[in-house]
Design a protein around this ligand. Structure first.
Ligand code: 5GP
Length: 139
């Protein structure tokens, strides 16, 4: 069973398509958080960001890079929040990688990306050193 986004790419479900190339696709979100809220996806159905092979990840970034100014200019936005919900626990509802480009306007009442956090942790220097070491050793 393919995702709703694969069905949009295949033309089986209608969408307001704003861009398409060989490997990527972009269309308006059906439940926009702001006018111009756009989703950018790889055409192939990968669930999480790290499932996307490097060359397609580069293509995906190139399309995001291209569309940010297009979206901002089209709706007169002052800025954009650009984000991925990467995994179900992070709020990803459609298991097909998608980048949200959400136009932002001065005084729109929205928050920064920091607003995603629930309770923030208390971490001392030793904790931070250990976490940095653990990440660095895997990078
Ligand atoms: P997620 O929560 O997975 O990061 O975001 C999924 C997004 O896809 C939501 O913002 C939702 O409004 C959008 N969406 C879900 N189904 C459809 C659809 O059939 N068409 C379009 N254009 N957007 C959809």
């Amino acid at each position: 069973m393919s995702t709703v986004f694969s069905q949009i790419v295949a033309g089986e479900i209608p969408a307001r398509v704003v861009y398409e190339d060989e490997t990527t696709f972009a269309f308006l979100d059906a439940n926009p958080l702001a006018p111009g809220h756009t989703l950018v996806i790889p055409k192939v159905e990968y669930e999480r960001l790290n499932d996307v092979p490097e060359s397609e990840a580069a293509d995906l970034y190139a399309t995001i890079h291209r569309l940010i100014p297009a979206v901002e200019d089209a709706v007169g936005a002052d800025a954009t929040t650009v984000a991925f919900n990467n995994g179900e626990e992070a709020g990803q509802e459609v298991p097909h990688v998608h980048c949200h480009i959400v136009p932002r306007f001065a005084g729109d009442g929205g928050g920064p990306i920091h607003a995603i956090a629930g309770e923030t942790p208390t971490l001392d220097d030793a904790d931070l050193d250990e976490i940095a070491e653990e990440i660095g050793s895997r990078a």
